[in-house]
Design a protein around this ligand. Sequence first.
Ligand code: FES
Length: 105
Amino acid sequence: MAVERQFICNVNDVPENEGKSFTIDGIPVALFKVANEFYALEDRCSHVNVPISGGYVHQREKCVACPWHGAQFDLKTGKVVTPPACEDIKSFEVSVEEDKVLIVL
Ligand code: FES
């Protein structure tokens, strides 16, 4: 079965080293751009269920800090890097094609 990739936005819609929130098929997605690479995570901190798309992006470590209590998540895998969150969040496969960012949910 072919994997369905869906359009999220154009590459210039997300500022460098920041995240932006999208809803794709009813799923909240936080899309981040770091060094021109895109990473997509579920837009929900596993600590208290707040969006992480507005969190601080640590470029070198490739992780995002939750804006509420600072738990950090790996941008590639969604794994918890630092507490107080203790549950990983979902990560999604993203790709870029002709200036369009595509996601597999
Ligand atoms: S809500 Fe994210 S660390 Fe508390």
